[in-house]
Design a binder for this molecule. Structure first.
Ligand code: GLA
Length: 387
């Protein structure tokens, strides 16, 4: 038994008096390809060794009983009458997944579940996608279903979009479900085809640093950015017939038609089309073992998110600058939606200890807050682990 799963398994045995089926679903960090998923472009995330764990068992009625260890709370609802819960919002991820699975025609059984996790909430490491994917696998396991993994990611995204009410793209749910140990996934967010690419081998580490700034503006600004991208496509369509999304526009085409877009819309579109390009070039660099080139592209990605897409913030910029001052740091950028949350850095293995100490010291001196720093191991996507 993996020690991390002991708590949910033992809590389940105590509360429900049975043996549990165990499920884990990871959080994620995106290495490059930011704000591209909803433009049908490319992303390159890793599933990380921070996860949400479920211990579950079937019930003979149509009720779902959930216990959250982290929130020290218990809720119960019926599969025949699922509403949103304003008091225990963590339960909405499970409720939303039950709704979309049933709408898709799957016959669900009632379920008892204990949930616990160590993906920090509100940090941009996708604790919500991990909750959803974990719930989806849990319902599959207790109801005897098999949902194709890509389809599962789409259903979990639908739960987030339509039930929880957050208009996210496909990246987070996809990587939580389909991640591959030791690898990042290059995901084509249009075709949903994907390829696993090893992350730099033993010589490098993926290090996440958390600003510990809550992402206040994120929802409204995220939706505004999405709308600006759609506007850019609408304005470019008469000039570039056949384009459907910014994914279809090359950096050279955008430059050639720059005059067609208002200045701000142009900058937003420029981030997206250059980021798709950086993502593909970055993956090619990693494949030939060129971690330096990958690091440079991460740095360029940050500058583009800061200056053109304008989704960074002072604390994220500070962490990136502090990372750059440490020898052995190959690249550093904000990751996820922005406006707080985390940076991701690619760091030579022998420089990690110095990174952790120096970045923390610089950030603390400037902000009075100590950042949380995690060295992440690329993990496998969600799994049912038996009982
Ligand atoms: C959030 C969303 C993702 C993606 C990123 C930005 O994490 O959930 O779908 O759009 O922001 O790359």
């Amino acid at each position: 038994m993996m020690p991390k799963l002991r708590l949910v398994r033992e809590t389940f045995a105590r509360e429900f008096g049975e043996r549990a089926i165990l499920v884990r679903a990871p959080g994620r960090v995106n290495l490059i390809g930011e704000h591209t998923d909803y433009n049908e472009g490319f992303v390159f995330p890793v599933a990380i060794d921070r996860e949400v764990r479920y211990a579950v068992g079937p019930r003979d009625d149509r009720r779902v009983a959930l216990i959250s260890v982290n929130f020290q709370a218990r809720v119960e609802f019926s599969l025949d009458d699922i509403g949103k819960d304003a008091e225990q919002p963590w339960s909405n991820y499970v409720r939303g997944v039950a709704v979309v699975l049933q709408e898709a025609g799957h016959a669900l059984r009632g379920m008892n579940a204990v949930i616990e996790g160590d993906v920090p909430v509100g940090s941009g490491l996708s604790s919500s996608a991990a909750m959803e994917i974990g719930a989806l696998l849990a319902f599959e396991a207790v109801s005897g279903l098999h949902v194709d993994p890509v389809r599962a990611a789409l259903l979990a995204q639908k739960a987030e979009n339509e039930f929880v009410g957050v208009n996210c793209g496909i990246m987070d749910q996809f990587i939580s479900r389909l991640g591959v140990k030791g690898h990042a996934l290059l995901i084509d967010c249009r075709s949903l085809s994907y390829e696993a690419v090893p992350v730099g081998g033993e010589a490098v580490r993926v290090v996440v640093a958390d600003t510990r700034v809550m992402r206040g503006l994120v929802d409204s600004e995220y939706n505004r950015r999405r709308a600006e991208c759609e506007r850019a496509v609408a304005l470019l369509q008469p000039l570039l017939p056949g384009i459907r999304a910014l994914r279809d526009v090359t950096p050279a085409q955008l430059q050639a038609h720059a005059a067609a877009l208002p200045a701000e819309t142009l900058r937003r579109a420029r981030h997206v089309v250059t980021e798709d390009d950086r993502c593909l070039r970055g993956v090619a660099a990693l494949r030939r073992g060129d971690v330096e080139a990958f690091g440079h592209l991460m740095d360029e990605s940050h500058a583009s998110l800061r200056d053109d897409y304008e989704v960074s913030c002072r604390e994220l910029d500070l962490l990136v600058e502090a990372a750059h001052a440490v020898p052995g740091v190959l690249g550093s950028r904000m990751t996820g939606a922005g406006f707080g949350g985390c940076t991701v850095s690619l760091v030579r293995a022998d420089a990690v200890a110095r990174f952790c100490a120096e970045v923390a010291r610089t950030y603390e001196a400037a902000t009075g807050k100590s950042p949380e720093v995690y060295v992440c191991a690329p993990e496998a996507g969600a799994e049912v682990l038996g009982s």
